[in-house]
Design a binder for this molecule. Sequence first.
Ligand code: SAM
Length: 330
Amino acid sequence: MPLTEKVRRTLRRRRSHRAVSGLKSQWSAYPAKWRKHEYLNLGSETLGEEWGGPEFASLIVDELVADYLTPDTDVVELGCGGGKFSQRIAPRVKSLTCCDISPQMIDQTKRELADRGVDENVSFEVLNGIDFTGLESNSADFIFSYDVQLHLQPQNVFSYLVDAVRVLRPGGVFMLHQIKLDSPGGMDHFLSQYYAHTWDFAFDSSERLGHVYFMSEGQMRALATAAGMKTLDVIDDFPGRDSRYYNVTRDRDLFGFFEAGRSRLTGKQRVVKAEGDETVWAVLDGGERVAIRSSQQFERAGFAWDDLQAVSAEELATIPESASPLEHWE
Ligand SMILES: C[S@@+](CC[C@H](N)C(=O)[O-])C[C@H]1O[C@@H](n2cnc3c(N)ncnc32)[C@H](O)[C@@H]1O
């Protein structure tokens, strides 16, 4: 069974525990409250500017991700919220699909972009909170998200990563933004939520809104690899100590850029193991064999253990070994 389907089934089975639907109800209540209360909107024009301000949003688009935003790229934004980034991204790209778990947030972004006249190339999708169901396979070049996946449990981040491989075109890139605990801004955030007990409220409690799960670079890379993605870059010092925007995040942001690799393993090839040897080999479509690195890699590719064939050392030696070993992410 392909990994995407496996992850979806697992998460569906656990749905009664309501972590994902809790995110939906908490965030869906936010736009109406934001419009009403100044202590939430802080006088901002666009919902979301109260988190970091409009100039910091521009900095991210202009300096961190500008290379991924060209007139030829189809971009998906995960967790668009009130459209703070959408309005900056849409004019630069061929198309933008604004996605969010909350219909109310999607409505807010729709109005915001229409008011600004930057909605011509924009479509909208309310997501199930688990993956990109509703978006076509092989349809995007870049998946952007900021201030979204840090609110999801690592398993929920993983469910999006796995499905990103389906949605992205070959060479397409997934951006994962998280907060690292070992930074001045990260630890402040951690302690403020520790004392506010956000972690101890029920998943659908409004007191839990904005609760953050922290992630390190190693954890980020491990999740992406397990989802079958290549790590292109991890940036942990944006915007930098000398930037006038340093105090917005105080070094807490961590950005991973992952490419949807196309593995040479299809799950349908012959898999063999010589008697008395632990190495499991896949015979690639060109006839060469490659060593499979782990049981996760074997299963992720869709191979079944029942299909593993025992061969003699002599027979194995007749199959040439590929000069390019499998990458971890394949
Ligand atoms: C803090 S807001 C950030 C919004 C926007 N990216 C910004 O920076 O202004 C988090 C957004 O993520 C959305 N969200 C939360 N959980 C989600 C999930 N599982 N799938 C998709 N969107 C989700 C929320 O509805 C909300 O719009």
